[in-house]
Unconditional design. Structure first.
Length: 256
């Protein structure tokens, strides 16, 4: 049975000239499936410009260009009418999964997620799962740079957020205590991991937050209206250390 990537259902809101307690209904412009003969999933989409969309996720379809292993990063690019111009895989010989995609000022798109083996496009691997970034030219699908971040335990990126020159932020979680996270506190099981790289993938800073149990960061948003530069959202199971006295139940939403 064929599985596909359901990329986008393009909608518009048609508003009447005068609205009195009437909600506008979405109108579908188009919907399409992209993928191969196995499982293909899109986790993140990007409005690259006024006429171009990009999406990222994972693919286990071996016949797609760039196939490396069991599951690979998947990058797709299409125009505003849904016409596909690029569908390509990136990764190593085992399982790789992209959770987020972001545009940087030089025109590259950067995918972020995790990798679980060295080889193929993955030049460095520390252990179990590592955060992996892949910067791609969306015009031709060429891999411009890639970066592994983490330690010898589990590390995973869930979100990318370009803030300003030299600061492409990433957020997720880590259970490692060495390599790139050797100099930051380890508080429990999985800790929130936040850091940033520059436009060439050079790691500049990394920090962790958490308690004795599991935490992970899921989303980042601009926060100028709240007096800061960025908000980080996620989930926490702890009631100590950075989350002392804040726990309301088994697992709670947090905002940093």
């Amino acid at each position: 049975m064929k599985n596909g990537v359901c990329i986008l259902v393009i909608l518009s809101m048609i508003l009447p000239a005068i609205v009195v307690q009437v909600e506008a209904q979405p109108v579908k412009h188009w919907s399409k499936l992209f993928g191969g003969k196995s499982t293909d999933v899109a986790f993140s989409t990007l409005n690259y410009n006024d006429t171009t969309l990009a999406f990222a996720g994972r693919s286990s379809s071996a016949e797609l260009p760039g196939s490396r292993g069991a599951d690979d990063f998947l990058l797709g690019v299409c125009n505003s009418d849904g016409n596909l111009s690029l569908l390509k895989k990136f990764g190593g010989p085992s399982v790789d999964e992209a959770h987020s995609v972001e545009k940087i000022p030089n025109g590259l798109v950067v995918m972020g997620g995790y990798t679980s083996a060295k080889g193929g496009d993955v030049s460095t691997f520390y252990g179990l799962t590592d955060t992996w970034l892949a910067a791609v030219n969306p015009a031709n699908g060429s891999l411009v740079w890639e970066k592994t971040i983490g330690g010898t335990n589990n590390d995973q990126l869930n979100e990318l957020f370009y803030l300003e020159t030299g600061r492409l932020f990433f957020a997720g979680h880590t259970k490692s205590v060495d390599r790139d996270v050797a100099m930051v506190p380890t508080r429990g099981l999985n800790d929130v991991m936040i850091g940033y790289v520059n436009e060439s993938g050079e790691l500049n800073k990394i920090a962790t937050f958490g308690g004795a149990k599991d935490e992970t960061a899921k989303k980042m948003l601009a926060a100028e209206a709240f007096g800061g530069q960025m908000l980080v959202f996620g989930e926490s199971s702890s009631n100590d250390l950075n989350f002392a006295g804040l726990n309301r139940g088994r697992r709670d939403v947090f905002v940093l």
